[in-house]
Design a protein around this ligand. Structure first.
Ligand SMILES: Nc1ncnc2c1ncn2[C@@H]1O[C@H](COP(=O)(O)OP(=O)(O)OP(=O)(O)O)[C@@H](O)[C@H]1O
Ligand SMILES: [Mg+2]
Length: 214
Protein backbone atom coordinates (compact mmCIF):
# COMPACT_ATOMS: atom_id res chain seq x y z
CA UNK A 1 0.00 0.00 0.00
CA UNK A 2 2.17 2.87 1.23
CA UNK A 3 5.76 3.62 0.34
CA UNK A 4 7.60 5.42 3.14
CA UNK A 5 11.11 6.55 2.22
CA UNK A 6 13.86 7.83 4.49
CA UNK A 7 15.88 10.30 2.44
CA UNK A 8 18.59 12.85 3.05
CA UNK A 9 21.81 13.44 1.14
CA UNK A 10 23.67 13.75 4.45
CA UNK A 11 25.40 10.54 5.48
CA UNK A 12 25.01 9.40 9.07
CA UNK A 13 21.72 11.16 9.82
CA UNK A 14 20.07 7.81 10.76
CA UNK A 15 18.21 6.85 7.56
CA UNK A 16 19.19 3.17 7.85
CA UNK A 17 18.74 3.01 11.63
CA UNK A 18 15.25 4.46 11.37
CA UNK A 19 14.28 2.34 8.33
CA UNK A 20 15.33 -0.87 10.09
CA UNK A 21 13.58 0.05 13.34
CA UNK A 22 10.41 1.06 11.46
CA UNK A 23 10.40 -2.21 9.48
CA UNK A 24 10.88 -4.18 12.70
CA UNK A 25 8.06 -2.24 14.43
CA UNK A 26 5.66 -2.82 11.51
CA UNK A 27 6.57 -6.50 11.32
CA UNK A 28 5.63 -6.86 14.99
CA UNK A 29 2.33 -5.12 14.24
CA UNK A 30 1.63 -7.99 11.82
CA UNK A 31 2.06 -5.79 8.76
CA UNK A 32 3.19 -7.31 5.51
CA UNK A 33 6.28 -5.10 5.33
CA UNK A 34 9.22 -5.02 2.89
CA UNK A 35 12.38 -3.01 3.32
CA UNK A 36 13.99 -1.80 0.09
CA UNK A 37 17.67 -1.06 0.62
CA UNK A 38 18.68 1.50 -2.01
CA UNK A 39 22.12 2.20 -0.55
CA UNK A 40 25.27 0.67 -2.02
CA UNK A 41 26.62 0.16 1.51
CA UNK A 42 23.74 -2.34 2.03
CA UNK A 43 23.78 -1.65 5.77
CA UNK A 44 20.04 -1.99 6.34
CA UNK A 45 19.71 -5.26 4.41
CA UNK A 46 22.75 -6.77 6.18
CA UNK A 47 21.23 -5.61 9.50
CA UNK A 48 17.80 -7.10 8.76
CA UNK A 49 19.37 -10.40 7.70
CA UNK A 50 21.22 -10.50 11.04
CA UNK A 51 18.01 -10.21 13.08
CA UNK A 52 16.26 -13.30 14.40
CA UNK A 53 12.93 -12.38 12.84
CA UNK A 54 12.49 -12.89 9.08
CA UNK A 55 11.72 -9.38 7.80
CA UNK A 56 11.71 -9.36 3.98
CA UNK A 57 14.23 -7.15 2.27
CA UNK A 58 15.28 -6.36 -1.30
CA UNK A 59 18.36 -4.51 -2.47
CA UNK A 60 17.51 -2.17 -5.36
CA UNK A 61 20.01 0.52 -6.22
CA UNK A 62 19.40 1.53 -9.81
CA UNK A 63 17.14 4.53 -10.36
CA UNK A 64 15.32 2.96 -13.29
CA UNK A 65 14.68 -0.31 -11.42
CA UNK A 66 13.42 1.66 -8.40
CA UNK A 67 11.02 3.57 -10.68
CA UNK A 68 9.55 0.40 -12.14
CA UNK A 69 9.69 -1.89 -9.09
CA UNK A 70 8.60 0.34 -6.18
CA UNK A 71 4.97 0.76 -7.42
CA UNK A 72 4.69 -3.01 -8.02
CA UNK A 73 6.15 -3.84 -4.60
CA UNK A 74 3.72 -1.39 -2.99
CA UNK A 75 0.81 -3.33 -4.50
CA UNK A 76 2.10 -6.55 -2.94
CA UNK A 77 2.77 -5.25 0.60
CA UNK A 78 1.05 -3.28 3.37
CA UNK A 79 4.12 -1.07 3.62
CA UNK A 80 7.32 -0.65 1.63
CA UNK A 81 10.05 1.09 3.63
CA UNK A 82 12.86 2.55 1.53
CA UNK A 83 16.29 3.21 3.00
CA UNK A 84 17.68 5.92 0.73
CA UNK A 85 21.34 6.37 -0.18
CA UNK A 86 23.49 9.30 0.90
CA UNK A 87 23.59 12.02 -1.78
CA UNK A 88 20.89 13.45 -3.99
CA UNK A 89 21.52 10.88 -6.72
CA UNK A 90 19.19 9.68 -9.47
CA UNK A 91 18.21 6.87 -7.09
CA UNK A 92 17.06 9.41 -4.48
CA UNK A 93 15.09 11.26 -7.16
CA UNK A 94 13.45 8.00 -8.26
CA UNK A 95 12.54 7.18 -4.65
CA UNK A 96 10.97 10.61 -4.18
CA UNK A 97 9.04 10.12 -7.44
CA UNK A 98 7.47 6.92 -6.11
CA UNK A 99 7.08 7.53 -2.36
CA UNK A 100 3.80 8.34 -0.64
CA UNK A 101 5.69 9.83 2.28
CA UNK A 102 9.29 11.04 2.36
CA UNK A 103 10.72 11.32 5.85
CA UNK A 104 13.89 13.33 6.36
CA UNK A 105 15.96 12.54 9.45
CA UNK A 106 18.03 15.59 10.33
CA UNK A 107 20.70 16.05 12.94
CA UNK A 108 20.49 19.40 14.72
CA UNK A 109 23.62 21.06 13.32
CA UNK A 110 24.19 23.77 10.73
CA UNK A 111 25.65 21.48 8.08
CA UNK A 112 22.86 18.97 8.53
CA UNK A 113 20.15 21.60 8.33
CA UNK A 114 21.58 22.75 4.99
CA UNK A 115 21.46 19.17 3.65
CA UNK A 116 17.90 18.77 4.87
CA UNK A 117 16.98 21.97 3.01
CA UNK A 118 18.35 20.44 -0.23
CA UNK A 119 16.35 17.24 0.30
CA UNK A 120 13.23 19.28 1.04
CA UNK A 121 13.74 21.24 -2.19
CA UNK A 122 13.99 17.99 -4.15
CA UNK A 123 10.78 16.74 -2.56
CA UNK A 124 9.00 20.04 -3.23
CA UNK A 125 10.02 19.80 -6.92
CA UNK A 126 8.47 16.32 -7.05
CA UNK A 127 5.33 17.64 -5.34
CA UNK A 128 4.88 20.17 -8.16
CA UNK A 129 5.20 17.46 -10.82
CA UNK A 130 3.05 14.91 -8.95
CA UNK A 131 0.29 17.25 -7.86
CA UNK A 132 1.26 17.30 -4.17
CA UNK A 133 2.86 13.88 -3.59
CA UNK A 134 4.90 12.76 -1.78
CA UNK A 135 3.92 13.99 1.63
CA UNK A 136 6.99 15.04 3.56
CA UNK A 137 8.03 15.29 7.18
CA UNK A 138 11.26 16.05 8.99
CA UNK A 139 12.36 14.81 12.38
CA UNK A 140 15.37 15.57 14.53
CA UNK A 141 17.64 12.57 14.88
CA UNK A 142 20.66 11.91 17.08
CA UNK A 143 19.96 15.05 19.15
CA UNK A 144 22.19 15.43 22.16
CA UNK A 145 20.23 16.01 25.37
CA UNK A 146 20.78 19.29 27.12
CA UNK A 147 21.99 21.26 24.08
CA UNK A 148 20.28 24.38 22.74
CA UNK A 149 20.87 23.37 19.13
CA UNK A 150 17.62 21.40 19.13
CA UNK A 151 15.40 24.47 19.60
CA UNK A 152 17.38 26.45 17.04
CA UNK A 153 17.10 23.59 14.54
CA UNK A 154 13.33 23.35 15.02
CA UNK A 155 13.04 27.09 14.34
CA UNK A 156 15.13 26.78 11.16
CA UNK A 157 13.26 23.71 9.90
CA UNK A 158 9.91 25.40 10.50
CA UNK A 159 10.91 28.08 7.98
CA UNK A 160 11.42 25.46 5.22
CA UNK A 161 7.73 24.70 4.84
CA UNK A 162 7.73 21.01 5.75
CA UNK A 163 5.93 19.53 8.77
CA UNK A 164 8.24 18.68 11.67
CA UNK A 165 7.40 15.56 13.64
CA UNK A 166 7.16 16.19 17.36
CA UNK A 167 9.26 13.21 18.36
CA UNK A 168 12.98 13.83 18.69
CA UNK A 169 15.26 10.78 18.57
CA UNK A 170 18.14 11.37 20.96
CA UNK A 171 21.73 10.26 20.61
CA UNK A 172 22.26 7.15 22.74
CA UNK A 173 25.03 4.59 22.82
CA UNK A 174 22.34 1.90 23.04
CA UNK A 175 21.13 2.86 19.54
CA UNK A 176 24.68 3.00 18.17
CA UNK A 177 25.17 -0.54 19.52
CA UNK A 178 22.12 -2.08 17.81
CA UNK A 179 23.73 -2.88 14.43
CA UNK A 180 26.76 -4.57 16.02
CA UNK A 181 24.51 -6.52 18.39
CA UNK A 182 22.37 -7.78 15.46
CA UNK A 183 19.38 -6.30 17.26
CA UNK A 184 17.04 -3.36 17.56
CA UNK A 185 16.45 -1.09 20.57
CA UNK A 186 13.51 -3.31 21.58
CA UNK A 187 15.79 -6.28 22.12
CA UNK A 188 18.59 -4.63 24.08
CA UNK A 189 18.58 -4.49 27.85
CA UNK A 190 18.92 -1.37 29.97
CA UNK A 191 17.19 1.94 30.62
CA UNK A 192 18.73 3.73 27.61
CA UNK A 193 17.53 1.03 25.21
CA UNK A 194 14.01 1.20 26.67
CA UNK A 195 13.98 4.99 26.33
CA UNK A 196 15.23 4.73 22.74
CA UNK A 197 12.58 2.12 21.91
CA UNK A 198 9.89 4.39 23.38
CA UNK A 199 11.06 7.28 21.21
CA UNK A 200 11.01 5.11 18.09
CA UNK A 201 7.50 3.89 18.95
CA UNK A 202 6.30 7.48 19.33
CA UNK A 203 7.96 8.50 16.04
CA UNK A 204 6.40 5.61 14.14
CA UNK A 205 2.94 6.35 15.54
CA UNK A 206 3.33 9.90 14.23
CA UNK A 207 4.41 8.61 10.82
CA UNK A 208 1.48 6.16 10.67
CA UNK A 209 -0.93 9.00 11.50
CA UNK A 210 0.19 10.76 8.29
CA UNK A 211 -0.63 7.77 6.09
CA UNK A 212 -4.11 6.93 4.80
CA UNK A 213 -5.97 4.46 7.02
CA UNK A 214 -6.10 0.95 5.58
N1 LIG B 1 19.88 7.76 18.04
C1 LIG B 1 21.15 7.40 17.82
N2 LIG B 1 22.04 7.38 18.84
C2 LIG B 1 23.34 7.00 18.63
N3 LIG B 1 23.83 6.62 17.45
C3 LIG B 1 22.99 6.60 16.39
C4 LIG B 1 21.62 6.99 16.51
N4 LIG B 1 21.04 6.86 15.29
C5 LIG B 1 22.00 6.41 14.47
N5 LIG B 1 23.18 6.27 15.11
C6 LIG B 1 24.48 5.84 14.57
O1 LIG B 1 24.89 6.80 13.62
C7 LIG B 1 25.55 6.18 12.52
C8 LIG B 1 24.84 6.56 11.23
O2 LIG B 1 23.52 6.01 11.25
P1 LIG B 1 22.87 5.41 9.94
O3 LIG B 1 23.79 4.44 9.31
O4 LIG B 1 21.50 4.97 10.30
O5 LIG B 1 22.81 6.73 9.06
P2 LIG B 1 22.50 6.86 7.50
O6 LIG B 1 21.77 8.15 7.32
O7 LIG B 1 21.82 5.64 7.00
O8 LIG B 1 23.95 6.99 6.88
P3 LIG B 1 24.38 6.73 5.33
O9 LIG B 1 23.89 7.93 4.57
O10 LIG B 1 25.88 6.67 5.40
O11 LIG B 1 23.73 5.48 4.88
C9 LIG B 1 25.53 4.69 12.80
O12 LIG B 1 26.77 4.36 13.39
C10 LIG B 1 24.40 4.52 13.81
O13 LIG B 1 24.61 3.44 14.67
MG1 LIG C 1 22.31 4.30 5.50
Amino acid sequence: MSIVAFVNQKGGCAKSTTAVHFSYWLFHKQRNVLLVDADAQRSSSIWLESLEVPIPCQVVQSASVLLTELPKLAEQHDAVIVDGPAGLSDATKAIVQCADLAVIPCQPSGVDLRSAADAIRLIQQAQVIRGGAPMAAVFLSRAVKGTRLKDEAIGHLASLGVPILKTVIHQRQAVADTFGQAATAWELLGKAAVEAADEFEQLFREIMALLPKE
